[in-house]
Design a protein around this ligand. Structure first.
Ligand SMILES: Nc1nc2c(ncn2[C@@H]2O[C@H](COP(=O)(O)OP(=O)(O)OP(=O)(O)O)[C@@H](O)[C@H]2O)c(=O)[nH]1
Ligand SMILES: [Mg+2]
Length: 197
């Protein structure tokens, strides 16, 4: 999860499977790295190790498409430390992404309040890309401060899908990435299907 490939464009590779660049966004400590680790390695580390700079991991998922075919999507998921406030660095990190998972921590309202900044930054860098909102750490029921309603408001506002997750228990983590893969692929396929002028 540490080498650095050159960011590649979304495209179909020569084996006929699809590859998309996805970025994880959100304030520091919300659980971006934990979600990635849960998804790619099915493990969880309770100790907080702040991400310095950027890392990535990749995983393939199978997507059952509307046309009845099952296709393989290779997700290359990039993770950046939330404390990284350099705008230009963030922009470079986001560039070329077909999708983003924007995460907040339901025990810390300030991370919810910051969602709009992350969303605006992503939308301005990648206008056509898809977004999924992740309300993470829902296993911490006693400490939960942000209920579901504000999350649903955010969903309507961003016109994105909303998932409540726990990187600790694994609740809905794979679903987030599988759904994002499906949305990005269907969009790509519908572009192929557009008549050429
Ligand atoms: N209980 C619980 N703890 C979590 C969950 N997700 C992450 N954590 C913990 O929250 C802390 C921060 O998680 P990280 O995944 O490092 O957060 P991050 O968003 O990558 O943080 P930065 O790299 O600083 O931006 C760690 O101690 C994790 O173990 C979760 O779903 N439930
Ligand atoms: Mg991290």
């Amino acid at each position: 999860m540490s080498a650095r490939p050159s960011p590649s464009d979304d495209d179909e590779d020569d084996t006929g499977s699809f590859k998309f660049r996805v970025v994880l966004l959100g304030e520091e400590g919300v659980g971006k790295t934990s979600l990635l680790r849960r998804f790619t390695e099915n493990s969880f580390d309770p100790e907080y190790k702040q991400t310095i700079g950027t890392t990535f991991a990749s995983k393939s998922v199978s997507v059952r498409c509307k046309d009845g075919y099952t296709r393989t999507v290779n997700l290359v998921i990039w993770d950046m430390g939330g404390q990284d406030t350099y705008k230009e660095l963030r922009r470079r990190f986001m560039r070329g992404a077909a999708g983003a998972v924007i995460v907040y921590d339901v025990t810390r309202p300030e991370t919810f309040m910051a969602m709009n900044n992350w969303f605006e930054a992503f939308r301005s860098t990648c206008p056509g890309a898809d977004v999924i909102i992740c309300a993470n750490k829902i296993d911490l029921e006693d400490q939960r401060m942000v209920p579901i309603e504000p999350g649903l408001m955010l969903r309507d506002w961003f016109q994105a899908e909303y998932y409540e997750t726990s990187a600790k228990t694994g609740h809905l983590v794979a679903d987030v990435f599988a759904r994002l893969a499906e949305i990005m692929l269907e969009k790509k396929l519908s572009k192929y299907a557009e008549p050429r002028m």
